[in-house]
Design a protein around this ligand. Sequence first.
Ligand SMILES: [Zn+2]
Length: 196
Amino acid sequence: MPFYLNVSVAPFDAGLLLLPPLDSPVKGRLYTSNMQKTSSDCCAVSETAKPVAQVNRCPVCGQKGKSVKIITLKSLLKPAALATLKPELSYYFCSNKDCGVTYFAEGMNYETEDLKVAVFQKEPTVDVPACYCFNWTRARIADTVASGESHYITDSITRHIKAGRCGCEVNNPQGSCCLGNVRAAIDAVKRDEVKT
Ligand SMILES: [Zn+2]
C-alpha cells in the first residue's frame, strides 16, 4: 500500500516509469487513465472519475448541470451570496450561455451576478478568461492565434498542469479543467467569431 500511495502522488515522468508494477488491476487502470490525461487532481477528476449521480437539471433552463465541489462556490461567490450557502447540499454548474443561473442545488440557485468573476460560458466578451489560472482571456488567445503561436496556448497550460500549478477548482467557475474551453476559444478565434 505505501508503494501505491507513493505512485499516486509521483510527478508525471516518474509516474510513467512506475506504471507496470502496480498490483491492483482496478487501481492500475484508474491510475493509467489519469496519467494519460494530466497529473493534476483538479484537472483529472472530472474527465476520468465521473460518478453516475453527478447529473441534475437546472431549475430554470432544464439543462443538465455538472457537479461542482463546495470549495468552488466558497472561492467564487461574492460575500453576500456566500452568506446564504448551505454546504450540506450538492451543487451543480449550469453551462447554458442563455441561462442566468450559474450554480444550483435542491431548492436554491446562484445567478451569474453572484460570482466574483465573469463566467466564460455565459459572458461572450473578450476580456473573459477561458483559462482562469493563467489568465488566457479570449483577447489574449486571439492575439496569440493571430501571431501564429496558437499551439503555445495549450502547450503552456498543459505544462503548468503537469507541474501541479493548476487551480481550476478554486479559480474556474466550472470547477474543473479549462482545456476544453480553451480549445473551444481557439476554434472560435479561427472561425473569426472573436472580435478584439
Ligand atoms: Zn440553467
